[in-house]
Ligand binder design. Structure first.
Ligand SMILES: NC(=O)c1ccc[n+]([C@@H]2O[C@H](COP(=O)([O-])OP(=O)(O)OC[C@H]3O[C@@H](n4cnc5c(N)ncnc54)[C@H](OP(=O)(O)O)[C@@H]3O)[C@@H](O)[C@H]2O)c1
Length: 292
């Protein structure tokens, strides 16, 4: 991709899995960036990057200080706390107060106010806030992470849930980061202003197929067992899971079962110039029992 009109990019969530990859890719491309964190001591040290913070999204004065000097803000969504819209809105307003004129927001596939997947609902609200902010903006609706099914496995490497035969185009963190980085670097290009981009993997897989890919890649006996909704709820409840956590877990599977997030797009190859990574080629897998 051509490197033109280099901005100073502020990257939030840079202590996390996605933000750190975006920051690393921006550094590889020689970008000037501000890395913003709640705990700046945990930020990676990268050429051309300045550590900023501590700044929590809903602490506007701290966010103003952290974002001062940047022209583009890459906003990684916060953890679902029930206040995500308010946190994102505060971060965007703080940026606008100090001269940010473009926001790249990492949203979620299937984002909708009535999305089946609970965690996709407040992303839609943030997208609406952004659309009315008066700022240049691009929304990257990230597909479901390719890492999640492995993290959902139990100690016997079994992934259980009510996903049925629905499909989903799992996408790697690397590919999402590459797509966001390409647009972040090209500040003078208005082609993606106002765009909502579904960032997906190369093929839509059932959970059975996805878990088979993990088994193939790791050489370990991962397997998927489908459950009815009733079985799924009862099992999770008996594990002591309730409230927003059980709703998020069940609705993740239901969104897949209903084929709401099975779309496959060309966003990754179009923005990065490279094909999207097949799930089995991701190159790393999280430990079992590390999701939710
Ligand atoms: N597409 C998917 O399948 C999927 C799956 C899981 C999550 N997500 C969403 O995608 C986001 C990024 O994913 P990830 O894998 O990078 O997650 P991650 O490794 O947990 O990183 C999240 C980052 O956001 C920061 N953060 C969270 N809440 C914040 C707040 N209120 N104020 C300031 N910073 C905050 C965290 O800071 P600390 O280091 O201080 O905690 C961390 O740097 C997640 O936060 C979540 O909303 C998407």
């Amino acid at each position: 991709m051509p490197e033109q009109n280099h901005p100073t990019v502020a990257v939030t969530g840079a202590t996390g899995a996605l933000g750190s990859r975006i920051a690393a890719k921006l550094a590889e491309r020689g970008a000037s960036q501000l890395l913003v964190a709640r705990d700046p001591s945990r930020l990676p040290e990268l050429t051309g990057a300045e550590a900023r913070g501590p700044a929590h999204y809903d602490d506007k004065p701290a966010m103003r200080e952290a974002l001062r000097g940047a022209s583009t803000l890459v906003l990684i969504s916060s953890h679902p706390t029930g206040k995500r819209l308010e946190e994102h809105a505060a971060a965007i307003e703080a940026g606008r107060d100090v001269g940010i004129d473009r926001v790249l927001y990492v949203s979620l596939i299937g984002s909708d106010v009535i999305a089946t997947y609970r965690n996709a609902r407040d992303h839609w609200l943030t997208e609406q806030f952004l659309a009315g902010s008066g700022l240049r903006h691009t929304v990257f609706r990230s597909g479901l992470y390719a890492s999640t099914p492995a993290a959902l496995a139990d100690d016997e490497l079994v992934v259980r849930g009510p996903g049925g035969s629905g499909r989903v185009a799992f996408v790697t963190h690397e590919d999402i980061a590459a797509a966001v980085t390409a647009v972040a670097l090209d500040e003078g290009n208005t082609e993606h202003d106002g765009a909502v981009l579904d960032v997906t993997g190369p093929e839509a897989l059932t959970l059975q197929e996805a878990v088979s890919r993990i088994a193939e890649s790791t050489g370990k006996p991962y397997r998927y067992e489908d459950e009815s909704l009733e079985e799924a709820f009862k099992r999770r409840w008996q594990l002591g899971i309730s409230g927003a956590q059980i709703e998020a877990w069940i609705s993740w599977f239901q969104a897949i079962a209903r084929d709401e997030i099975s779309t496959v797009t060309d966003v990754v190859p179009r923005l990065t110039g490279s094909p999207a990574t097949p799930m089995q080629d991701m190159g790393w897998w999280p430990e079992p029992n590390t999701a939710w």
